[in-house]
Write a protein that binds this ligand. Structure first.
Ligand code: TYM
Length: 334
């Protein structure tokens, strides 16, 4: 039996991944390469939906790829590639754009949030069609599962709707994917604003823990994390969102269930607890940072790995697109 297929993507929009990316997505990617036929891409086409400087984009795409390998993706086991290297992503996106209703696209909450930030008229059409390109990423590889944080759930639902619509109109072509969202890490929150998502674009530097950050600043940020009134370490999302977020982080990083952590810190106040969270973060990130730096010191080798990934991805993408072209009614080119 063929292994189920998994596909996911991450934007090269910052100089480092953050803890939310790591726990909400990349860690699952690493685990799933053992059980799935795995495709993971650095989505540079998505990154240009907001104004992006070319040198920064190039640098961040390599930094993103290096971090993926440093987090444990094995280039033999997983197909790791850069989205723009596989032309079929944009080609399929166009076909899907033509199947998407204006109202349907306008309902995407991430677009609404980002458009509100830039001002609706300043937002690009690319930002509007962003989730449809994401649907193309997923459908192109006939993915069964898409490991993401909860913020991407609506996009995976749109992907299913578009896949189903295509299948209905043109004949069975696409596998309909399921989102894979582990509840405990579906939304890691901002350390300074613990009801909001930790986010590359909207968290303040003090609210975000970057994978490539040095131990000193990481420790400082955890120690300064907002922790609610009272002094007890308790899991209570409603009344203690800050402490609950730290508990979720600590539990995910150490594999200790939250109730065990609560019992361990009973009567101890926040100080010891935060120190332990900081150590868990530093212990996880330091080796990833070191491996990332090593990978980035040999750009040629990194680019070679990405070329291999692109070749493998292209094989699958070309096959799907050949079927799509025929189904839609495009004339074959002799
Ligand atoms: P991006 O680059 O914003 O984030 C990458 C992954 O990290 C997850 N994530 C979080 N999870 C938990 N808590 C958080 N605070 C947190 N912040 C980010 C995201 O849910 C995501 O899984 N649209 C996607 C990229 C994309 C994609 C795809 C994903 C493009 N094509 C195809 C899956 C399949 C995005 O912007 O991710």
């Amino acid at each position: 039996m063929a292994r189920p297929r998994v596909l996911s993507g991450i934007q090269p929009t910052a100089d480092s991944f953050h803890l939310g990316n790591y726990l909400g997505a990349v860690r699952q990617w690493v685990a799933m390469q053992e059980t799935h036929d795995a495709f993971y891409c650095v989505v540079d086409l998505h990154a240009i939906t907001v104004p992006t400087e070319p040198d920064a984009l190039r640098r961040r795409s390599r930094v993103a790829a290096a971090q993926l390998f440093a987090c444990g993706l094995d280039p033999e086991q997983s197909t790791v590639f850069v989205q723009s290297h596989v032309r079929e992503h944009t080609e399929l996106a166009w076909v899907l754009i033509c199947l998407t209703g204006m109202g349907e696209a306008a309902r995407m909450t991430q677009f609404k949030d980002k458009a509100a930030k830039f001002g609706e008229s300043a937002a690009s059409v690319g930002l509007f069609t962003y989730p449809i390109l994401q649907a193309a990423d997923i459908l192109l590889y006939q993915a069964n599962q898409v490991p993401v944080g909860v913020d991407q759930k609506q996009h995976v639902e749109l992907t299913r709707d578009l896949g189903q619509r295509f299948n209905h109109r043109f004949g069975e072509t696409f596998t309909l994917p399921e989102p894979f969202i582990p509840k405990e890490v579906e939304k890691i929150t901002d350390l300074q604003n613990p009801t909001a998502k930790m986010s590359k674009s909207s968290s303040s530097p003090a609210g975000i823990l970057d994978v490539l950050e040095q131990p000193g600043p990481l420790r400082k940020k955890v120690m300064r994390a907002v922790t609610d009134t009272g002094s007890e370490v308790l899991f209570d999302e409603e009344n203690k969102p800050g402490v609950s977020n730290l508990l979720r982080i600590q539990s995910a990083l150490t594999g200790t269930p939250i109730p065990d952590l609560v019992a361990r810190y009973e009567g101890q106040g926040y100080g010891t607890f935060k120190k332990d969270v900081a150590e868990a973060v530093v212990e996880t990130f330091a080796p990833i940072r070191e491996r990332t730096e090593k990978l980035l010191s040999d750009e040629k080798e990194l680019d070679r790995l990405l070329a291999i990934g692109a070749e493998r991805a292209s094989e699958v993408a070309r096959r799907t697109m050949a079927t799509v072209r025929e189904r839609v009614g495009f004339l074959p080119k002799l």
